[in-house]
Design a protein around this ligand. Structure first.
Ligand code: PLP
Length: 462
């Protein structure tokens, strides 16, 4: 008889994976390279090292090495909050009356409250090892800023965080948390950079965007010696660090003989989803698995489902290398939704390629239906999800109900990326029934697409 699956599928400390997994190594068709925006030639390590630390740059450009060792000094920090719980959602299954098995990987069990600490710690670790004294970054909803502040406090590095203005107003406790860990916080757009001043001159009332905050943080990093920039999503090295999520999940599933049929993640820039699905999609790339992979994005910021697969900048001021990805255009300004971590115009280039080639599905969910799912989940499983994570909860519930209709016993895995303790303003709006669903019109999207760079690689797409 098969072993009964416990509610928590435990891993011991020494079972925490030793390696990250780099999906690109097993892709027959690789994602297109980053391009230098001036020469339109593939970006070199030298191009990127002025902005980022060296080891992350090496990882960014490495499309060949499948397993990359997690450094020992970092693994020790991981052990302080990992393995993250992998939970069988017995209560949810029962409440839905579904024959499906539902599992979730809970990345919210550290003070910063999300999976972002996995890459924040890695990037702070490498900065320290390379003798970098200060880092800059941006934060949307505040999770990345909190994670970087924690990681920089641990490794002893000065941090400046540009926080999207609308979020810093909505989330005063995030701001306080970041400052408590010793980081300097500046609402963006600000008058501390050229990029910020330019945007304020055009639109003094703007609530800002991740793209704009990135421009400010990059500008600040390149203007200071011994200072580098760190990014919390989108790029391939971030996705690599997040593969710890999938590596752990697979290790625990292998112990209990569980094989997922459907893997679901919310998608902002793609790092948690890419990290969760990484070791599982390896088999699919070899044609040895029928597992489905589903990205869930907000209807207010539909990069996969309504975006173009084109070369685009990562930021509003058009300073980053060009990335071929599903994008709404760097000038796209998403409406002020409560899932701040999903308000980004582009998607990770590896996931974009997998989506383009049919290995990954995508769907959208509107804000109020996402919160319906969040509150339902909180009451049944006990955990209050972050608004971003609730997108995955919604899709998991939908898939489980589909199994009920078709009477199929599928195994569903989703990423619960974080907890919602700092998102109570959003829950208050939901409870007061003042929450709205703004879905961009085709005209709104056209404005974003008009900002795509007019380069030969993009002709025929613009
Ligand atoms: C940032 C964030 C996301 C989205 O980012 P990805 O890079 O797409 O993973 C999702 N959930 C939470 C809780 C976040 O903080």
């Amino acid at each position: 008889m098969a072993k009964k699956i416990p509610t928590r599928l435990y891993l011991a400390e020494d079972e925490i994976p030793q390696y990250w997994y780099n999906i690109r190594a097993d892709m027959r068709e690789k994602p297109d390279p980053l391009l230098h925006p001036g020469t339109l030639q593939p970006a070199s390590a030298a191009d990127l090292e002025g902005v980022f630390c060296k080891e992350p740059v090496k990882q960014e450009l490495d499309a060949a090495t499948p397993l990359i060792k997690i450094p020992e000094g970092l693994r020790e920090f991981y052990q302080a909050y990992r393995p993250a719980p992998l939970i069988r959602a017995y209560f949810l299954e029962k409440a839905l009356g579904t024959p499906a098995e539902i599992y979730y990987k809970h990345e919210g069990v550290n003070t910063s409250g999300s999976h972002k600490l996995n890459s924040a710690a890695a990037q702070a670790f490498y900065a320290k090892a390379e003798g970098i004294e200060a880092l800059t970054t941006e934060t949307g909803a505040g999770q990345w800023g909190s994670a970087m502040a924690m990681a920089c406090a641990f490794y002893g590095i000065h941090l400046t965080v540009y926080m999207v203005k609308v979020s810093s107003g909505q989330k005063p406790y995030r701001k306080a948390l970041i400052e408590t860990y010793g980081a300097e916080l500046i609402p963006s757009p600000s008058n501390t950079t050229q990029a910020g001043r330019a945007l304020l001159a055009q639109n003094p009332d703007t609530g800002g965007s991740l793209g704009c905050a990135i421009s400010e943080a990059v500008e600040k990093a390149v203007s200071g010696a011994g200072c580098r920039y760190v990014l919390g999503s989108v790029l391939n090295h971030v996705l690599l660090h997040q593969s710890i999520i999938g590596q752990e999940t697979k290790a625990a599933f292998d112990k209990y003989g569980v094989k997922p049929d459907i893997i679901i993640g919310c998608a902002g820039g793609g790092s948690n989803l890419g990290g969760l699905l990484a070791p599982f999609i390896a088999d699919k790339l070899k044609g040895a698995s029928r597992t489905r992979f589903i990205a869930v994005e907000p209807a207010s910021c539909p990069s996969f489902t309504r975006g173009r697969y084109a070369y685009d900048f990562g930021d509003t001021a058009k300073t980053t290398p060009l990335i071929r990805m599903y994008t709404l255009g760097s000038a796209f300004m998403p409406s002020a939704s409560h899932a701040g971590g999903l308000r980004y115009h582009g998607m990770n280039p590896t996931l974009s390629k997998l989506y383009h080639d049919g290995f990954l599905e995508a769907r959208t969910a509107a804000q109020t239906e996402v919160f319906d799912a969040a509150v339902r989940f909180a009451k049944i499983e006990g955990i209050l999800p972050a608004p971003e994570s609730a997108h995955a909860v919604k899709a998991a519930i939908d898939e489980a109900l589909e199994c009920k209709r078709s009477n199929e016993k599928k195994t569903i895995l989703f990423g619960l990326t974080g907890t919602g303790y700092f998102d109570m303003t959003a829950y208050m709006a939901y409870n007061a029934k003042t929450m709205t669903d703004y879905i961009p019109t085709d005209e709104d999207l056209a404005k974003g697409f008009a900002s795509l760079p007019d380069i030969p690689q993009n002709r025929g797409m613009n």
